[in-house]
Design a protein around this ligand. Structure first.
Ligand SMILES: [Zn+2]
Length: 488
């Protein structure tokens, strides 16, 4: 038995003007055919699991290329077509294959392509024929189009947000693909469109309860897998939005009922899924009112994980103006300022400008007297056991406010984002992190309290503020009345 595997990932924020080039993929993650990461990550977990399982489950894994970029604007046409054709070229060379396991993000848009994953699957299916079993692992922030559900045999999304379960979901996917190839199951998929745009952190109720409920339903009554598609709220494509996908063992009618029932539950919690939000001063005041730290404040509107530049300066300027002591902010993406800090050297004190560069939503730059605390080449932060590169990193101090500047755009995920540049996050009164939810897995372990705040970065949590043009209407919250339905 021969199984081909490859990865391609971009969460494309179509509202941002930043194009995502081929170089942006190679800078973040490129593995040539035959290569694996030392440890699985959310970008490659299904490929990693396929290669590992081949060693003990008696099949042959043909490992194709892996590509992933930091979330950003849509990919250029040239970048997408080059990567797609590289993957398909390797697939062609590997033929004949019995199965394919793809690790795709699922919200990839390129110039001229609304549904890159659907396009890739269509071309892959044309090469391998109907009998080949195609399994796909996706991020829940995907545009779960009907096309890709018709072309693949099995699709499984991560269940957790923060996405800490990519390896478990990869194991499940490979199990189902192998069982289908052995004739032990006949996977059938049901897809329900909830017609809504929302954010669904799984660390808080009521979403936590729904995730636990669907996990308990799997493996019973011929239900093989249930995925809750959150949708990517900053991707303006026709099929944006939350969807529920159920895979059954040849029990389509039952799968349809489950998809509709769980879809109905997702719709019922759409207004209750997000945590309460503060404005900038409200969050600082609430943090100051806590008897002990560190209080962790998420600056969600400038989350590089949603494609934002991560160089909005509103929080840091407010902290400096208010003279707050014992606070650290990270990460601020500013490759030029990082370079200047390296040139000035550790211990230097100088007038310094940083942040506020990329777009109008970045705000004005900060000009301050700064002390360069620490400069680290090729720095990393941790996420769910994986080491995530952040380029060169610098810690700077202005009075009681410290900031971590980085040269490769990334969101805050690991507490070592601070400690690797000499800032002990456990000893700060307040930490401001640019992230929507991935920070939570690590930072909640050290936080006295976690607060969510909305500054004026480019990712508003009121999705009605965005200039939607292409999404199918009606959809909540852009429209009050919607018509959720079973698509497949
Ligand atoms: Zn995601």
């Amino acid at each position: 038995m021969r199984i081909f595997t490859a990865a391609l990932g971009l969460e494309a924020n179509t509202f941002l003007p930043l194009p995502t080039s081929y170089e942006a993929f190679v800078e973040k993650l490129y593995l040539p055919p035959g290569q694996q990461q030392a440890r699985p990550s959310h970008q490659t977990a299904a490929c990693w699991v396929t290669a590992e399982r081949a060693k003990r489950d008696g099949f042959e894994a043909i490992v194709g290329p892996s590509y992933a970029a930091q979330p950003g604007g849509a990919a250029t046409r040239a970048a997408y077509e080059r990567m797609r054709d590289d993957i398909l070229g390797e697939l062609k060379r590997a033929l004949p294959v019995d199965g394919i396991v793809f690790n795709l993000h699922g919200a990839m848009v390129a110039h001229g392509y609304d549904d890159c994953e659907g396009d890739l699957l269509e071309r892959a299916r044309a090469l391998v024929g109907e009998r080949c079993v195609i399994g796909v692992e996706l991020d829940p922030h995907c545009n779960l189009t009907e096309k890709r559900c018709r072309l693949a045999d099995i699709i499984i999304l991560f269940k957790e947000y923060p996405h800490t379960d990519f390896t478990e979901r990869g194991e499940e996917l490979v199990d189902l693909v192998l069982n289908a190839l052995r004739g032990a199951i006949k996977p059938k998929m049901s897809l329900y469109d909830c017609r809504l745009i929302a954010s669904f952190p799984t660390t808080i109720q009521p979403m936590r309860g729904l995730v636990d409920k669907v996990k308990a339903m799997e493996g019973k009554d011929r239900v093989l897998s249930i995925s809750l598609g959150h949708g990517f709220p900053y991707g303006d494509v026709p099929e944006s939005g939350a969807r529920v996908l159920v895979v059954t063992d040849d029990a389509k009618a039952h799968g349809d009922r489950v998809a509709m029932e769980i879809g109905g539950e997702m719709i019922a919690l759409r207004e209750k899924a997000a945590p309460p939000f503060y404005d900038v001063d409200g969050a600082i005041d609430a943090a100051l009112a806590e008897p002990r730290g560190p209080v962790v404040i998420a600056d969600t509107a400038d989350n590089a994980g949603g494609g934002a530049p991560s160089d909005n300066t509103t929080f840091v300027r407010r902290l400096i103006t208010r003279g707050i002591e014992g606070v650290a902010v990270a990460p601020i993406w500013d490759p030029l300022a990082v370079r200047f800090a390296f040139e000035a050297g550790e211990g230097a004190r100088l007038p310094f400008r940083f942040g506020g560069k990329t777009a109008k939503a970045s705000g004005p730059p900060v000009d301050a007297e700064v002390e360069i605390l620490r400069c680290v080449k090729n720095a990393h932060q941790s996420f769910a056991g994986a080491a995530v590169p952040i380029g060169d990193a610098v810690a700077i101090r202005m009075g009681g406010v410290e900031a971590v500047l980085i040269s490769n755009r990334a969101q805050a995920m690991g507490i070592d984002l601070f400690s690797n540049v000499g800032i002990d996050p456990t000893r700060r009164r307040m930490l401001v992190v640019k992230s929507n939810q991935h920070f939570y897995a690590a930072f909640s372990q050290i936080a006295s309290k976690v607060l969510y705040a909305e500054a004026d970065g480019p990712l508003p949590r009121d999705y009605r503020k965005l200039p939607w043009r292409r999404v199918m209407r009606p959809i909540w919250p852009l429209d009050a009345e919607t018509h959720p339905r079973l698509l497949l």
